[in-house]
Design a protein around this ligand. Structure first.
Ligand SMILES: Nc1ncnc2c1ncn2[C@@H]1O[C@H](COP(=O)(O)OP(=O)(O)OP(=O)(O)O)[C@@H](O)[C@H]1O
Ligand SMILES: [Mg+2]
Length: 334
């Protein structure tokens, strides 16, 4: 019954009731169930020690697990033979925070490494490596020594190497954590391009919320090895559940009088039109407490906190409801 259910699932990675212990009685991953769909960019976020890397390593068989199921492309990772794991890893590219490149070898040899392991003929290797270097924009650096590259360039080489065998899934463990903000964005754009153009599923482990906003469709929040939230990235960030609130910096000084209302604008609704419409229609004054706009993949979305008088509150709420706005009262001042 379980097997037929798993086969019916469209998921490329299916995790069910996963339990992982390093020492008995101390679960590192617990009661975890979720699915990653083919073609999505899926974020796994959480504080240091939450279990993100451990979870990622369960996908490619670098870790064992003690309970539940991890099925990657229909294969139960925990029951694979050594040869089965090797075959699986061929279809999983992996990139790391510290790049894990061979510093004594040049760029070409680093990217060629997985191709040599799988004994591709030299001509095919040359062609494939140059194609990969072209994809990451470093074709002119093939003979360069790794130590002469910047962090961003090293990660591009890491991505080229991870893509060498045409993986179905790219696993990224803090791939941008060692990079400055602009370089981070350029690496994220490269990952997004790989996802969109080649349809490769990308799993992004990160503690940087900006990374999730920028490229992830959905995300899983891990805390102490347990799932605290799972859903669309923009929905979770724009209306964060309590478990996510402490990861989201929203430190605005609320106005003590009146009512402070936090407004979220759904994608279809223009912020400007709703606010100017409200002022005109209701003929009210209000103050802006703060707000924030972020780029979520191709959209710029955000929220606005306004302060209205008590006397206007009911009218404002009716207006917001009529305009399909998401809103929340932050505090009800004196
Ligand atoms: N090989 C190991 N042996 C024993 N305990 C381990 C081992 N690897 C990780 N742990 C523990 O498992 C927990 C989860 O670690 P993990 O590295 O998965 O966290 P993480 O979310 O990736 O953290 P970070 O953001 O710091 O990378 C931590 O408490 C860690 O100390
Ligand atoms: Mg980690």
């Amino acid at each position: 019954m379980k097997a037929s259910l798993a086969q019916a699932s469209s998921a490329i990675i299916q995790v069910r009731d996963l339990e992982k212990y390093y020492s008995p009685g101390v679960p590192v991953l617990y009661d975890l169930s979720f699915a990653i769909e083919p073609g999505e960019v899926f974020g796994i976020v959480g504080h240091s020690g939450a279990g993100k890397s451990t979870l990622l390593r369960c996908f490619n068989g670098l870790e064992t697990y003690q309970g539940g199921s991890v099925r990657v492309m229909g294969r139960e990772v925990g029951t694979l033979s050594e040869a089965g794991i090797k075959e699986l890893r061929r279809e999983l590219g992996m990139i790391f925070q510290n790049f894990s490149l061979m510093s004594r070898k040049n760029v070409f040899e680093n990217v060629a490494f997985p191709l040599r392991v799988w004994k591709m003929p030299p001509e095919a290797i040359r062609e494939r490596v140059m194609e990969l270097l072209d994809m990451v924009g470093l074709a002119d650096r093939a003979q360069e020594r790794i130590q002469n590259l910047s962090g961003g360039q090293k990660q591009r080489i890491g991505i080229a190497r991870a893509m060498a065998l045409n993986p179905k899934i790219l696993l990224c463990d803090e791939a941008t954590s060692a990079l400055d903000p602009n370089t981070t964005i350029s690496i994220l754009e490269l990952l997004r391009d790989i996802n969109q153009r080649l349809g490769i599923t990308v799993v992004v482990v990160t503690h940087q919320m900006e990374v999730v906003k920028r490229i992830c469709h959905r995300m899983l929040l891990l805390d102490n090895g347990r799932a605290q939230a799972l859903g669309l990235a923009e929905e979770l960030f724009l209306s964060p559940p309590p478990s996510l609130k402490r990861f989201v910096e929203e430190d605005f000084t609320l106005i003590p009088g009146g009512v402070n209302i936090r407004l979220v604008f759904p994608r279809e609704i223009s912020q400007q039109a709703v606010i100017t419409g409200m002022v005109r229609k209701l003929d009210i004054d209000f103050s802006i407490v703060g707000g924030r706009l972020d780029r979520y993949r191709d959209d710029v979305l955000g929220f606005l906190i306004i302060n209205v008088r008590h006397a206007d509150f009911d009218n404002v709420v009716n207006y917001l409801k009529a305009n399909h706005m998401l809103w929340e009262v932050l505090n009800d001042g004196a």
